[in-house]
Structures are given as C-alpha cells and as structure tokens.
Design a protein around this ligand. Structure first.
Ligand SMILES: C[S@@+](CC[C@H](N)C(=O)[O-])C[C@H]1O[C@@H](n2cnc3c(N)ncnc32)[C@H](O)[C@@H]1O
Length: 197
C-alpha cells in the first residue's frame, strides 16, 4: 500500500541527523512531536540505535506513519502515539530528548505555547529539545523563499506563519529551558537546541 511521502524529509533528514547524533549522543529516550509521514522517525531511529524513538502525531496521521514503520522496522522505533499538544493527554513518560520539525509555523500559536510547556514538563533535567524549521529574527525574514512561504501559510490559514525567534525562545525559557544552539540549515531553515535546566 502507498505510504505518504515528503520530498522535504528526504532532502533534510541527513543534515538534521548530523546535529541530532551530536546533541542526542548521551540521550536514551526521545519523543518526536508532529511526526507527519513518519519518515524522519524511521531515518533517525535507524541512525541512532542507542535511542528509543517515540513518534507521535494526531491520530489521522497514524495510518501513514505505521506503513513507514512496517516497511522499515527498527527495534528502537516505537509505534506512534496520539498526541495533540493542545490536549491534556500527553504521555506520562519523561524523555531526555524531544524533537519536532516543521510544526511551529503550522500549529496555531496557542498550540505552539502548549508544545513548549508540555515539552518542558516531559523533559528530564538536562534533557534537550530540538526544533527544526524556518524562523523570523527581529521581525525580518531574510530569504525571499521564506517571505513567499510565510505569505502562502497566511493565505492558507490566518493562524499559520513563520514564528519570531524571540517569541519562541521566550516560551522555551518559560518552560525551564536554556538556549544552547541555533544552527543555520539548508533551504533557510534553523535547528534550534534548548536544554532543560
Ligand atoms: C508540516 S507537518 C511536519 C511533519 C514532519 N515533522 C516533517 O517535518 O515532515 C506539521 C505536523 O504538525 C502536526 N500538528 C499540527 N498541529 C498539531 C497539534 N496541535 N498537535 C500535534 N501535532 C500537530 C501535523 O499533524 C503535522 O504532522
């Protein structure tokens, strides 16, 4: 049966993984928020066998994610769990690594707030949260491709749009995290790393 497919995941997974392999090198238990197709989870679990990788997303994405897991099983790759960050039903487990890609500009702002506060609660002390995607700095999008992407997002839905770094970092601080890295990535994306204090 056909699986959902994202070309963007194929393009960005290796370069994202280089950073995750470094910042998650001493971590064991990862939660991915908004796994989408499941391609990132499959790729990262295979590359980081020391890490138990828990994919999650809203239930309507689970069929596709399960097809990826079934075609690319890995002992450390867990079946997806239902997680809408706005719900109260977050997993009760604690994680020392949390990863989310291309979610902050898709979710409404109250969901972004909930994602950070939930991540802060579920991260153990010293745990790391990595967020991948485009970002705005001091109100400016410096790449034309991101200006056009931001416009398309807002046309698609008024609650979507590329977020301001300062606002996102404030959520992380409020959730008890400290900024560790802000990595420049291909295609005008960022991979931001916070650590729970
Ligand atoms: C653009 S997709 C990114 C998927 C994948 N991480 C990637 O990089 O290809 C955005 C994801 O955010 C998820 N999402 C949106 N709102 C959410 C919410 N309230 N709680 C959890 N996930 C949410 C969607 O279901 C979707 O999988």
């Amino acid at each position: 049966m056909d699986k959902p497919f994202s070309q963007a995941c194929v393009n960005n997974q290796a370069i994202i993984c280089e950073i995750l392999e470094r910042v998650f090198s001493d971590k064991y238990n990862a939660l991915e928020i908004g796994s989408g197709t499941g391609q990132h989870g499959v790729f990262f679990a295979n590359k980081m066998p020391h890490l138990s990788w828990q994919m999650s997303d809203q239930e309507h994405n689970h069929t596709g994610i399960k097809r990826w897991v079934s075609d690319h099983p890995s002992p450390n790759l867990l079946a997806p769990i239902a997680l809408n960050v706005l719900d109260d039903y977050w997993p009760t487990a604690h994680y020392d690594a949390i990863y989310s890609a291309n979610t902050a500009h898709i979710m409404p702002w109250d969901a972004v707030v909930a994602m950070f506060s939930g991540a802060g609660e579920r991260l153990s002390s010293g745990g790391v949260f990595c967020l991948y995607g485009p970002m705005k700095y001091l109100g400016v999008l410096d790449a034309q491709s991101n200006i056009e992407f931001d416009y398309r997002l807002q046309q698609q839905s008024s609650h979507q749009g590329i977020r301001e770094f300062h606002d996102i970092n404030s959520l992380a601080i409020a959730a008890g995290m400290i900024l560790r890295e802000d990595n420049s990535m291909p295609a005008n994306n960022r991979l931001i790393v916070w650590q729970k204090s």
